[in-house]
Write a protein that binds this ligand. Structure first.
Ligand SMILES: [Zn+2]
Length: 142
């Protein structure tokens, strides 16, 4: 083997090790930056084991921090158009405690959510009362 070839191999080996060290350092810096951002904004960590999804490959419809923290997310209410923030902690509660699927995200502001809940309860009550009335009417006919 010529000494030139050996030199070239030596140099390319050093370059490769330098690249690897840089990659490792970049990864560490990235990791540190993620943790600092999460701490500064008090972001809630995502616990994947508690998340349910309708898809076998769940991807979040809203942004997360590196897929590891819920981000405070600003959205517009679909009913009144008001801008509201769905906080990191609210998202954690919804997905991990209340059982909201990964795809189910906030679309209504707090006020409209309460109105919608009341509307649904009323609709359910009217429906059940209707069924009850029908059942009684059936009973009279029989
Ligand atoms: Zn609203």
């Amino acid at each position: 083997m010529s000494s030139n070839k050996k030199k070239r191999e030596l140099i390319s080996g050093q370059k490769e090790r330098k690249r690897q060290r840089k990659r490792a350092a970049d990864q560490l810096a990235e990791e540190r930056s993620i943790r600092q951002k999460a701490a500064a904004k008090r972001l809630a960590p995502i616990d994947r084991s508690k998340i349910t999804s309708r898809s076998c490959m769940p991807t979040s419809p809203i942004p997360t921090l590196a897929g590891r923290y819920y981000l405070n997310w600003r959205f517009k209410c679909i009913d009144c158009g008001k801008s509201e923030i769905w906080t990191s902690r609210q998202q954690k509660w919804w997905h991990e405690e209340a059982g909201g699927a990964w795809e189910q995200i906030a679309v209504r502001c707090r006020d409209c959510r309460q109105k919608e809940k009341a509307r649904k309860e009323l609709a359910r009550r009217v429906h059940l009362e209707g069924l009850e009335r029908k059942r009684k009417e059936q009973g009279r006919k029989d």
